[in-house]
Design a binder for this molecule. Structure first.
Ligand code: 6PG
Length: 234
């Protein structure tokens, strides 16, 4: 049974403040405990206001490594690049922002192998995997499609794979690399931040259905052993 705790907010400003505060707390706790922090952040539109607030927190950023939990196979100059969005916010602070997707490639499976090799060098597990959720119930870039089974059932040692969502999401119709379910569930903390009543309904049903969920996020979280904080505003 997924142990999920919902934190609801009256408006986006309160939501962004709370998410930034929680992420900062997790980073600070990791720095206190281990002198370093490794966190995975989502792409999409939700994180931007949170990044702006988080970047103002007085943390020892030079000891913080940030990876995208998934990224699109586009150049870092492309507006669809998740690592570019993260880098813009946190590289000026001295944080180590690492791309997981190799430079442009059309071979998304090979890109997944390259991403996995890059993650093999990091001090694992992540202190936090922060996830978003799509209207179709995807999370990170674990989408319905030909690669869903591999993303869900990759062995523990496999931290990233390449995926070709089917159907391709309209807002970013490109192949991607993503953390696997195993990599997400290895995190010391998992947090979800989402907006809107529709996505809330999708996530609530996914959590209730668990391993029988018809959407990826339910299948990903079904085996979570850690409690999951879910931040939501309408
Ligand atoms: C991506 C994201 C993806 C995102 C959801 C929610 O690269 O697309 O990692 O999983 O978190 O699609 O996106 P919004 O924040 O725009 O709702």
């Amino acid at each position: 049974m997924i142990e999920a705790e919902w934190w609801d907010y009256d408006d986006e400003a309160e939501f962004a403040e709370a998410v930034a505060g929680d992420v900062a707390f997790i980073i600070e706790s990791a720095l206190d405990a281990r002198g370093q922090a490794l966190v995975a952040f989502p792409g999409g539109s939700t994180p931007a206001p949170v990044f702006a607030l988080l970047a103002k927190k007085p943390l020892k950023w030079k000891n913080v490594t940030i990876i995208p939990g998934d990224d699109r196979l586009v150049p870092v100059t492309d507006k669809l690049s998740n690592v570019a969005m993260i880098g813009k916010a946190f590289l000026p602070l001295g944080a180590r922002v690492l791309p997981i997707a190799p430079a442009e490639t059309k071979d998304y499976r090979m890109a997944g192998k390259a991403a996995d090799a890059r993650l093999a060098d990091l001090h694992w597990p992540p202190d936090l995997v922060w996830l978003g959720v799509g209207d179709d119930g995807h999370t990170a870039s674990i989408f319905p499609g030909p690669d869903l089974d591999e993303a869900l059932n990759a062995p523990k040692a496999r931290r990233a794979i390449g995926v070709m969502p089917d159907p391709l999401p309209a807002d970013a119709p490109v192949p991607r690399v993503t953390l696997t379910r195993a990599a997400i569930l290895s995190a010391r903390a998992i947090m979800i931040a989402l907006k809107g009543k529709e996505k809330r309904a999708v996530l609530e049903k996914a959590i209730k259905d668990g391993p029988l969920s018809s959407v990826p996020v339910g299948r990903v979280l079904a085996d979570a052993e850690q409690p999951i904080d879910i931040h939501w505003c309408a």
